[in-house]
Design a protein around this ligand. Structure first.
Ligand code: SF4
Length: 121
């Protein structure tokens, strides 16, 4: 089976074609113009990840929510599960950039951290 995708490892966006065997392994990758494209394609086939960016409820803040993100790319297949945890999370103002909102979410070793300051009302 062949899978087509666009490499997002840099802004060039090379179109990639990946031949996948019956075990779900990438056996050939074409279209990449550098090694990073191959790494990206293999990762997309075996363990696709995305940056997780969303908001968390904030009590006593100038705003009712504060933006957060994952400290590294998050497994795509576990996004909904992670959102359930994040949606139950509440922080109290003041909050600062880099503050951990959810530590080691779903035992992935990835933290969810605040990306904006809110000193409160
Ligand atoms: S294959 Fe290399 S040059 Fe092409 S988009 Fe990916 S990182 Fe950029």
């Amino acid at each position: 089976m062949n899978k087509k995708m666009v490499c997002v490892a840099c802004p060039i966006g090379c179109p990639l074609e990946v031949e996948v065997n019956e075990k779900g392994e990438a056996i050939s990758i074409t279209g990449n113009t550098c090694k990073r494209g191959e790494t990206y394609a293999r990762s997309e086939i075996t363990n696709p990840t995305r940056s997780l960016t969303t908001t968390v409820k904030l009590l006593g803040g100038k705003n009712p929510v504060v933006p957060v993100k994952s400290t590294s790319p998050f497994p795509k297949g576990r996004m909904l599960e992670a959102m359930k945890v994040i949606n139950k999370t509440q922080l109290k103002a003041p909050v600062h950039i880099g503050e951990v909102a959810v530590k080691n979410i779903l035992d992935t070793g990835i933290d969810i951290v605040v990306t904006n300051n809110d000193t409160g009302r």
